[in-house]
Design a protein around this ligand. Structure first.
Ligand code: AVJ
Length: 318
């Protein structure tokens, strides 16, 4: 089993600079990748099990039924998963692929977390001993072209993770992926669809307050990096659907005027009561959006696999 390491040493100093710049911008923001420290990853795990958080409940059965339909396309491919995380989704998918086909696949999980890659590669090697595994510790936005192109490639990008990117970054991503893909290659993209707004908003405002805790955890992560004195209790969790931009926005709203200090900063960062920090976007798609993404990559939309209610889709592009 190989794990290739393409991650640049992201120095603590550049993390600090990035966080400070985001907090000094107007409006204030924090990058959503900072949600996922160990505590944040655990909270996200809890979110995926909430009754209100529908996406995994729909995507997982959809992965099963779609894998059965795509079996013949998987033969002799390099199966590249962008943002593979704990590899639980690809396992659901691979369970529906016959062993004779799995034997011919080399799986390339790509993730920024080396720990996640090592752990999941160990599990997958036991579960599918007949399949080749080649982990790539990298940011897929930067390193998609490092996957060997000697065989046909089957790209997977599940979980509507693409929804975190702005519209502009999404189109850039699609162009880049389109450049990397050859004519026999394929992309299976998981996207959360536009639906009744109350359903969407409930998924990000759960009754147990887990999403609120997840959102506020980013302040603890910030304190750890910057030595700031954010008190998560001084902020209120906000999550609402922005209809115009077709996305859930998560923010943290200051409950009172605040002065945030850090030994690293000459000046304090001040908040007016009601001022917010924008922490995440989660875009929701229509078939029209999906077509535009395919166009941006110079790809054609071969199929959209969806559940009966069309709440979630796996878009197949070639
Ligand atoms: C992991 C980015 C798909 O946008 O739904 C869940 C993250 N944020 N609840 C999403 C998230 C709040 C999730 N993604």
């Amino acid at each position: 089993m190989i794990i290739e390491d393409l991650m640049p040493e992201i120095g603590e100093s550049s993390i600090k600079e990035k966080l400070v710049a985001c907090l000094k911008s107007d409006p204030k923001t924090l990058p959503c990748m900072f949600f996922y420290d160990p505590a944040g990853s655990e909270l996200f795990e809890k979110i995926t099990k909430l009754e209100e958080y529908y996406p995994p409940k729909i995507e997982i059965p959809l992965l099963r039924s779609t894998a059965r339909k795509l079996n013949s396309d998987l033969k002799d491919c390099n199966l590249v998963e962008l943002g593979s995380g704990d590899c639980s989704k690809i396992s659901v998918f691979l369970d529906e692929v016959p062993e004779e086909v799995r034997q011919t696949i080399v799986y390339y999980p790509m993730d920024v977390s080396r720990e996640a890659l090592e752990k999941s590669a160990r599990i997958l090697r036991k579960r599918y001993p007949e399949m080749g595994i080649h982990g790539v510790n990298a940011d897929f936005l930067e390193h998609m072209e490092t996957i060997p192109g000697n065989r046909k490639k089957f790209f997977c990008f599940f979980g509507s993770t693409i929804g975190n990117l702005t519209e502009l970054r999404t189109m850039e991503f699609m162009r880049h992926l389109g450049d990397v893909m050859n004519s026999n290659d394929r992309l299976l993209l998981g996207v959360d669809m536009v639906k009744d707004i109350t359903v969407i908003e409930r998924a990000y405002n759960d009754s147990r307050g887990i999403t609120a805790e997840f959102n506020k955890n980013i302040l603890k992560v910030t304190n750890n990096h910057l030595g700031t004195n954010f008190n998560p209790d001084d902020f209120e969790h906000l999550a609402f659907f922005n209809k115009e931009l077709s996305r859930i926005e998560m923010h943290l709203k200051a409950k009172k005027d605040l002065e945030i200090t850090s030994p690293l900063l000459n000046e304090s960062i001040t908040f007016k009561r009601g001022e917010t920090i924008h922490t995440e976007n989660s875009h929701k798609y229509t078939v029209d959006h999906i077509s535009k993404m395919a166009d941006a990559g110079g790809l054609s939309l071969a199929n959209i696999y969806a559940d009966g209610k069309k709440w979630f889709s796996l878009a197949e592009m070639v």
